[in-house]
Design a protein around this ligand. Structure first.
Ligand code: ATP
Ligand code: MG
Length: 586
């Protein structure tokens, strides 16, 4: 196929769009690949659509290779199945909801576990039919709170979602592994640099779950790795390595001190080290890690009432909102307000302690480091007072633990193998063993080998097809523009006519025709524009191989430019076809 830039529906832009912060977003807009319609809603223009289709092709090839079968479900869905699974409520504000003319509730599908479970229930009824894996490449809708970076986090986006149905746990494990391997092959073919991390399963429930994170500093996911053991996890999934419990016997009594003007951890630590007897009681110079700060939030399970929840974490750490969110899911949380303090006078701001919380029936969850026998400096529930030597398991008994504290570079790996190092990534894929959550909800039963009904177990696997276009752009671009790996490039060759001479023009046309005949796709810059403009556009558009029919043509030469390395070389025009074919066919 020959695509003439003189005809192509394309306008490249010299300036970055005002709303763009990350490179991929700027470049995809400037190069005329996508255009914004509304926050998180984008149109695909010809070249962008080609890249999107190439990513889809790679994903389909690898899905088909593991025996997954493609189907297509609607994006417009009735409420009922999601009511049955409780996700109509659980999804909260993230769901696009609408009504039809008769007043019935509908929604735009954010993910399709319910519908796939129902689809399999509708067609299959015997153990002989299993295992089966179905997938679709489909437009999804999520009313994201913060749509971001163009197509990277859209409110409308393309996802490949697949679902495996097995009758045994071993079968599910095998389907999961097949998907995991397929995702590795997909990302390798797309040239994406990534890590696989253990994940929390989020709103979908279930057990074994891993995310594929594309390495990127602009990523919204923070993950940690232990270089010694290879352990890698999304911070939301990191389980704190809890120390062993300490003996309670022999620990000194808790003592309440007047600590005027110590509402912050820093001021409290300052007071402790300046006050005779405190450091002695603690046994060392006091740091923030010796203090226990108690944060009060309100939580609500979907459809339920707001309740107070107190979280105790070592004072040298902050609460990580994402970890807290993941720990509480599907319940949501908000911070307490002045009104809440007024309504609950036992909450003394800056001086909240376990005692008042527990005697007033507030659920109290602590960081896993707060094991029995650990001794803390914490609030004494009175303005200007703290207690020193409050021992867990003796002076207070939390209702449980919670993974809400930030994970830091250098924290010990949960497997005890060494320190953790943190980095950022963009989630491009997610695989997980769902189990029977949805087959239970929809009572999917099939006839077992022994005549008894069996309930299939599910896996659910998503890959962000449109997001991958942005991720590839983000990882591969340089300061001049986009750079597409050959597998997804909108064309095999970008052929620039940079010579006004008729002979050169004819030579370029002939070369384009030969390449086309050989089955290659060619972007032919046949516009009446200066070579400088054309070269700039070739760099911006990012086809990996640029062929220039320029000044050298008079001497019988054309130039081959490698968009990735920036290297160029002259070759005789008559060997250009073979040279290009050799490069493209590898
Ligand atoms: P994120 O944490 O980035 O919001 P998620 O955990 O909600 O993603 P899944 O529900 O696991 O995502 O969806 C599967 C895949 O779909 C993700 O791995 C990601 O690649 C893609 N995806 C999810 N949300 C979006 C979005 N708003 N825009 C583009 N792609 C998305
Ligand atoms: Mg996910």
């Amino acid at each position: 196929m020959i695509t003439r830039l003189s005809q192509l529906f394309l306008r490249t832009l010299r300036d970055d769009p005002a709303d763009a912060e990350v490179a991929s977003h700027k470049l995809l807009v400037r190069a005329g690949y996508v255009r914004r319609i509304a926050p998180g809603v984008y149109s695909w223009l010809p070249l962008g659509l080609r890249v999107l289709r190439e990513v889809e092709r790679v994903v389909r090839e690898e899905m088909n290779a593991i025996g997954a079968q493609e189907i297509l479900l609607p994006a417009l869905l009735p409420r009922e199945p999601y009511e049955t699974s409780n996700r109509w409520t659980e999804y909260g504000a993230g769901l696009f909801r609408l009504k039809d003319r008769k007043g019935n509730d509908y929604m735009l599908g954010p993910t399709h576990e319910e519908l796939f479970a129902l689809t399999v229930k509708g067609e299959y009824n015997s153990y002989k039919d299993f295992p089966v894996t179905l997938y679709q490449v489909q437009t999804k809708y999520r009313d994201e709170e913060r749509p971001r970076a163009g197509i990277l986090r859209g409110r409308e986006f393309v996802m490949k979602d697949s679902y495996s149905f097995d009758l045994t746990d071993e079968g599910l494990a095998a389907s999961y592994q097949a998907h995991r391997d397929a995702y590795e092959r997909i990302l390798a073919r797309l040239g994406v640099k990534y890590v696989i991390v253990s994940a929390t399963s989020g709103a979908m429930g279930g057990s074994a779950s891993e995310e594929f994170l594309a390495e990127s500093e602009i990523g919204e996911d923070t993950y940690v790795r232990c270089l010694e053991s290879g352990y890698a996890a999304n911070v939301e999934a990191v389980k704190t390595l809890a120390p062993a419990a300490l003996p309670i016997e022999g620990q000194s009594e808790a003592t309440v001190y007047d600590t005027p003007d110590t509402p912050t951890i820093d001021s409290l630590v300052g007071w402790a080290n300046a006050t005779t007897g405190v450091a002695e009681k603690v046994g060392h110079t006091v740091t923030g890690a010796d203090t226990l700060k108690n944060i009060v939030v309100k939580t609500r399970v979907p459809g339920g009432e707001w309740e107070l929840l107190a979280i105790g974490i070592p004072g040298d750490r902050e609460v990580d909102e994402k970890r807290l969110e993941a720990a509480l899911e599907p319940a949501e949380y908000v911070l307490v307000t002045e009104t809440d303090f007024k309504n609950n006078p036992f909450l003394v701001k800056g001086y909240i302690g376990p005692k008042a919380l527990q005697s007033n029936g507030v659920r109290y969850l602590v960081d896993p480091r707060v094991v029995d026998g650990t001794s803390w400096i914490t609030g004494a529930d009175e303005e200007g007072k703290h207690v020193v030597g409050l021992v867990a398991g003796r002076d207070f008994t939390p209702d449980g633990t919670i993974e809400a504290a930030e994970v830091r570079d250098g924290d010990p790996s949960p497997d005890g193998a060494g320190p953790l190092v943190a980095a950022r990534g963009i989630e491009v894929g997610h695989v997980f063993q769902l189990g029977r959550k949805y087959t239970d909800a929809f009572e999917v039963n099939v006839l077992g080998e022994n005549g008894k009904p069996v309930r299939p177990t599910m896996g659910s696997y998503g890959i962000g097809v449109s997001r991958l276009v942005a991720v590839i752009a983000e990882q591969q671009h340089d300061d001049k523009g986009l750079r597409w790996p050959a597998e997804v490039s909108p064309a095999n060759v970008h052929l620039v006519i940079a010579n006004k001479d008729d002979a050169a023009r004819e030579g370029a046309e002939a070369l384009a025709a030969q390449l086309d005949k050989a089955g290659l796709s060619v972007i032919l810059d046949d516009r009446k524009a200066s070579p400088g403009v054309k070269f700039k556009d070739s760099e911006l558009l990012g086809v990996p191989l640029v062929v220039v029919v320029g000044r050298g043509y008079a001497d019988g030469n054309v130039e081959l430019r490698d968009r990735f390395t920036g290297e160029s070389r002259e070759v005789p025009a008559e060997t250009a076809l073979d040279e290009v074919l050799a490069i493209v066919r590898g």
